[in-house]
Design a protein around this ligand. Structure first.
Ligand code: PLP
Length: 381
């Protein structure tokens, strides 16, 4: 990616050098289920990775199940219930959840209630209180940080309400991990999902952490790996890289937090040039690396393409729907007008970003936006 400015870390982070080195160890690893030396060595490496990743979120390592990524972890989480069985009779899913959560919830056949958000992208806490007046036990699904806006939810407040109700709380922390400190005990959640590639590991690895006493039915039949919770020989390359990326991310959280200054500066410059610029979620606590903004009358699709031709990679809203620019359900839930929603661009910084990347973005986006505004044809550089 040399010469390019990559500002799409919420879609995926470039693989960190530490993760690359660990992946090579994984390539040489045996099968952790084997009893011989190679198997035992692989098991030891995997156990250490499990402890490291569980430690990264402050959870017990026994509760961590390796998965193929965030999507699988979210799908497993949707089926969580309290041991020995049952308990959950409905799902309460925030309107801004990733489709990995909302579609998994919808597929279960249980009643699903949607939790609205405020215009700032925060969960409507009084609406949750109303939903929890119904004594029917629920699995409440609220993400820690949103992939499009970066808005961070008040999970501690939400978990206290859910716990008092006797229900369960699942937190999708796929975007938050590595971008802010995470401690499952402080959050008070029952389960939490992670994805390796958002942290700088290769794609295809993730984890579901669940507290003791929760069960999720095995969704694949086969061997007894992961204590019978997820069948199939483990992805040693991905798991070792995931642990290395988690460690590197955890060690550099302070650098990450400093990105908020570039982000705020970038938004201030854009606002100075275009006073009618709308920055989504700007009034709420946000991840330091994320900015989602728009100007009425612009086209995201054209902007993303023109920025790409100018050497800058950003996304038009949701990362997982990049490639086909569709309406953002997150902005819809926040009540953003059609005109603004159509022009949204999401910028997300990460471990290899520099302050100059933000400056390049400001300069190029401003020029392209001005051209679009004056209905000039965008010409690639
Ligand atoms: N949850 C959130 C909030 C996400 O942003 C994503 C991916 O962008 C996922 C879940 C799915 O993760 P994965 O790409 O590892 O399947």
């Amino acid at each position: 990616m040399s010469g390019r400015v990559y500002l799409d870390y919420n879609a995926t982070a470039p693989v960190r050098p530490e993760a690359r080195a660990a992946a090579l160890d994984g390539l040489q690893a045996g099968n952790p289920s084997s009893v011989h030396y190679e198997g035992r060595h692989a098991r030891a490496l995997m156990d250490k990775a499990r402890r490291d990743i569980a430690g990264f979120i402050g959870g017990a390592h026994e509760g961590l199940i390796f998965t193929s990524g965030g999507t699988e972890a979210c799908n497993m989480a949707a089926k969580l219930s309290a041991a020995p069985a049952g308990g959950v009779q409905r799902l309460v899913v925030s309107a801004i959840e990733h489709v990995a959560v909302s579609k998994a919830a919808a597929a279960l056949g249980l009643p699903v209630q949607t939790l609205p958000v405020t215009p700032h992208g925060l969960i409507d806490v009084p609406a949750l209180a109303t939903v929890l007046q119904d004594p029917t036990p629920a699995l409440v699904c609220v993400m820690l940080a949103n992939n499009e806006t970066g808005v961070v939810q008040p999970i501690e407040e939400i978990s206290a309400m859910v716990r008092a109700h006797g229900s369960l709380l699942f937190v999708d922390a796929v975007q938050a991990a590595g971008k802010m400190p995470i401690d499952v005990a402080a959050l008070g959640c029952d389960a939490l999902a992670l994805s390796g590639h958002k942290l700088g590991a290769p794609m295809g690895t993730g984890a579901l952490w669940a507290r003791d006493g929760l069960v999720t039915p095995p969704h694949m039949q086969g061997g007894g790996q992961e204590l019978g919770r997820r069948a199939g020989s483990e992805n040693m390359v991905g798991i070792l890289a995931f642990a290395a990326a988690a460690k590197a991310s955890g060690d550099t959280l302070t650098d990450f937090a400093a990105m908020a200054a570039w982000r705020d500066d970038m938004e201030a410059q854009l606002r100075a040039a275009f006073p009618e610029l709308e920055v989504f979620g700007a009034e709420a606590p946000r991840l330091a690396n994320t900015s989602s903004f728009s100007l009425a009358g612009l086209s995201s699709e054209m902007l993303v393409m023109a920025l790409d031709l100018a050497g800058i990679s950003v996304s038009a809203g949701s990362a997982c729907s990049s490639g086909k620019v569709s309406r953002s359900h997150v902005l819809d839930a926040m009540g953003v007008s059609d005109d603004l929603s159509k022009g949204v661009v999401r910028v997300s910084f990460g471990w290899a970003s520099r302050a100059s990347d933000a400056e390049t973005l400001v300069e190029t986006w401003s020029r392209l936006a001005a051209k679009q505004k004056s209905s000039e044809k965008i010409v690639a550089e």
